[in-house]
Design a protein around this ligand. Structure first.
Ligand code: ZN
Length: 226
């Protein structure tokens, strides 16, 4: 399994995921964009080129496809470490000793609240899943327009998903290495990073916890470049 998409298909089949995968509806533009994006990844095209908006396509469709794909993959990645991420091992949602995240969703948690990492990530993934499954926000056919807030909401989703990478990389990387998933997780992270950099979707201060990793594995694209 030297291709990282094969790895994700494999993990998906093994049922390691802790929530069902979100799929695109066959025959829609977003389904074909998703397939096109996957084919580009399979063919080994440079990841910096893979993330660029194909000519003639709409930014919101491109964004929607990537938000859903990244959600699915990050869900699988967290699924591989989730049994090692407990309230005992991770009483805080941290990324090393310098960063701690507090959960607020304006609904169940009105004020930013300290939670153990598995509870934080559970709330985060539930929240993202709720946004993605909301057809007013992620319309399933192209005759229904995206809401005006779509891009700002997508930024928020990606910013929150990034925190799962932070926690997994800093606290559970040994597990990723133990199952041989390191190159796949790194490729997924690079793809995610290049995508958010291409369209300036995540504030650079949010990326500080993984600055070292970014320096090491995303050499083609230093954060100061843009
Ligand atoms: Zn953990």
């Amino acid at each position: 399994m030297n291709n990282f998409l094969d790895f994700f298909h494999f993990m998906d089949k093994k049922g390691k995921t802790f929530r069902p995968k979100k799929r695109f509806t066959h025959g829609t533009i977003r389904y074909s964009l998703h397939k096109q994006a996957q084919a580009s990844l399979q063919s080994g095209i440079n990841l910096r080129d893979v993330v660029k908006l194909p000519s003639g396509e709409h930014m919101n469709d491109w964004l929607a496809v990537h938000v859903v794909d990244f959600f699915n993959r990050i869900n699988l990645i967290y699924g591989t470490v989730s049994e090692y991420c407990t309230e005992m091992t991770c009483p805080k949602m941290s990324g090393g000793s310098r960063y701690e995240y507090f959960w607020a969703d304006g609904d169940k948690f009105k004020k930013p609240t300290a939670l153990p990492a598995p509870r934080y990530i559970e709330n985060l993934m539930d929240w993202v899943e709720g946004q993605i499954n909301n057809e007013d926000i992620f319309p399933i056919t192209t005759d229904i327009p995206f809401p005006r807030s779509f891009q700002s909401l997508s930024k928020k989703i990606l910013t929150r998903l990034f925190r799962v990478f932070v926690h997994v990389y800093i606290h559970h990387f040994d597990r990723i290495v133990a199952i041989g998933a390191e190159p796949h997780v790194n490729t997924c992270f690079k793809h995610f990073y290049y995508f958010v950099m291409e369209f300036s979707l995540i504030a650079s201060k949010e990326m500080e916890p993984l600055a070292e990793l970014i320096k090491q594995i995303c050499k083609e694209y230093s954060p100061t470049e843009k």
